[in-house]
Design a protein around this ligand. Structure first.
Ligand code: FAD
Length: 457
């Protein structure tokens, strides 16, 4: 009461500068999504306190931190990365990059995974993110505190195990949580009847590192997604005999020598033979599952009141596939599939910040729930199976633009969509060579592609 209005304003300013009154956001994971979240939070120091990024390993980059080993790490935790030794990106660097941070110009369009890791490290250094990351810190539990009456009445308790070796448990309170824990690390094993009868080597692509151990072997590779196709190409180079088994329409592009297609594996017979859907049998030495990953949020098990469900590869309830309608200060970033990940994280993160700073008001909880249900139903009506609902594919561009429009940040330049979609078409036509193409962006609208002469390939 005794403060004059001028000194009150000065006090408020001093408190804000000291970080009091600013929103505290916890970020779980220092992969591409978590780094992107931290970069944008730090750019808004007027509203947000510096973020706290929890990262269970001692490095940034998440899945881009290649590990030779498989199974568990030195702390008994499952190895996170699913990278394989010779992986080159399947998206050209010209559109894979965060829009505000290009890859080095001297690199080819399809870079080796080590270059992506280097790129993410540079991003981290450039935006001075490292000092905000608590490494070797596992998030064990995230719990809302307060009633679900919109995010302003809510806080979040985040319990972590600090320094994995000492197992010290600490709880910190935040205004919001951005979950960026990735979704390519917990292998999905399809429920194939009789799978336990298989007598050869059964493995998942999460544990595939290089082709040599499979040289000359007969392999049934189940799944023709990006990893399945990539690994089939690698295996053909070491003379493996590969049956590429999948439930999609037969691929029409040229396949590598030694790779043939078959329908999905329907069951495994008691004698260990794999039976395909057309009745044909195979007795391969290796059965390699390239069947994708589960969405896993063990730390949210501490909060059953959230009612978060992961069923058939769909995570609900999430408005815009991103925020919890009843607890709208909990964000799960980057769960959409068949997208251009880094630019997608860039758009989602800026939308999240606009929701939190109040510049992008949310509809009521009921309206968000209605919209979310309508979106899922409309996808189902279009014949999209539940397990594919999170695959945005070509719809990602409208999704990103909508977030930009709602939150008032610049949309991705127009060439992004056209170059990305062109690469997708080239990949479908020319699986064996598309990574030898090189792109150049001429301005914010035009790009060119150069394909090497056959003798250069
Ligand atoms: P991640 O990179 O998985 O990072 C998650 C981080 O969270 C990790 O560092 C992890 O240690 C940490 N974490 C998890 N749980 C906890 C916890 N409880 N407490 C603390 N920390 C935790 N994308 C492309 O753009 N181009 C490509 O060519 C491409 N190829 C790919 C090839 C393969 C084989 C795979 C698996 C993915 C590929 N991707 C590609 C997709 C890639 O996953 C994304 O580009 C992106 O790296 C995902 O980032 P993320 O931050 O969401 O997850």
């Amino acid at each position: 009461d005794s403060l004059s209005s001028g000194s009150a304003a000065r006090l408020v300013q001093t408190l804000r500068m000291a970080g009091v009154g600013k929103l505290r956001v916890a970020v779980i994971g220092a992969g591409a999504a978590g780094l992107c979240a931290a970069r944008h939070l730090l750019a808004r120091r007027d509203i947000f306190a510096p973020p706290v990024v929890y990262e269970l390993t001692e490095r940034v980059g998440g899945t881009w931190v290649y590990e030779d080993r498989v199974g568990t790490d030195e702390n008994g935790l499952p190895v996170h990365s699913s990278m394989y030794r010779d992986l080159r990106t399947n998206i050209p660097k010209e559109v894979m990059a965060f829009p505000d941070f290009p890859f080095d110009t001297h690199l080819s369009s399809f870079v080796h995974h080590t270059e992506v890791r280097r790129y993410l490290e540079k991003y981290c250094e450039h935006f001075r993110l490292r000092e905000h990351i608590k490494f070797r810190t596992l998030v064990d539990a995230v719990k809302p505190v307060g009633a679900p009456t919109g995010w302003r009445g809510l806080a979040w308790d985040v319990t972590v195990t600090n320094s994995l070796r000492q197992k010290e448990s600490v709880t910190e309170r935040f205004d919001a949580v951005m979950v960026c824990n990735g979704h390519f690390y917990d292998p999905y094993i399809p429920p194939i009847p009789g799978l336990e009868n298989f007598k050869g080597t059964l493995m998942h692509s999460h544990d595939y590192r290089c082709a040599e151990p499979l040289a000359g072997k007969s392999v049934v590779l189940l799944g023709a997604g990006l990893s399945g196709l990539d690994i089939a190409v690698e295996l053909s180079k070491v003379d493996a005999q590969v049956t590429l088994s999948h439930g999609n329409r037969p691929l029409t592009c040229r396949l590598p020598p030694g790779v043939r297609q078959a329908p999905s594996v329907e069951k495994v017979l008691p004698d260990g033979a794999l039976q395909f859907r057309d009745g044909e049998l195979a007795r391969p030495e290796v059965f390699l599952l390239c069947t994708g990953y589960n969405f896993t949020y063990p730390f949210l098990a501490a909060a059953p009141e959230l009612g978060l469900r992961v069923q058939d590869h769909l995570v609900t309830p999430l408005y815009k596939f991103l925020l919890h309608p009843a607890y709208p200060s909990l964000f799960i970033v980057g769960i959409c599939r068949a997208i251009c990940p880094f630019p997608h994280f860039h758009c989602q993160t800026q939308y999240v910040l606009s929701v939190l700073d109040g510049s992008c008001p949310l509809p009521s909880r009921e309206e968000m729930e209605r919209e979310m249900t309508a979106e899922i139903e409309s996808r189902r009506r279009r014949g999209i199976a539940t397990r594919h609902i999170l695959k945005l594919d070509s719809e990602q561009w409208d999704y990103n633009d909508e977030l930009a429009q709602l939150a008032g940040f610049p949309p991705l330049p127009p060439y992004w969509k056209r170059l990305y979609e062109a690469n997708k078409a080239f990949r479908a036509q020319d699986l064996l060579n598309y990574k030898t193409y090189s792109y150049a962006v001429l301005n914010k609208r035009e790009w060119t592609v150069q394909r090497p002469q056959p003798e250069q390939q």
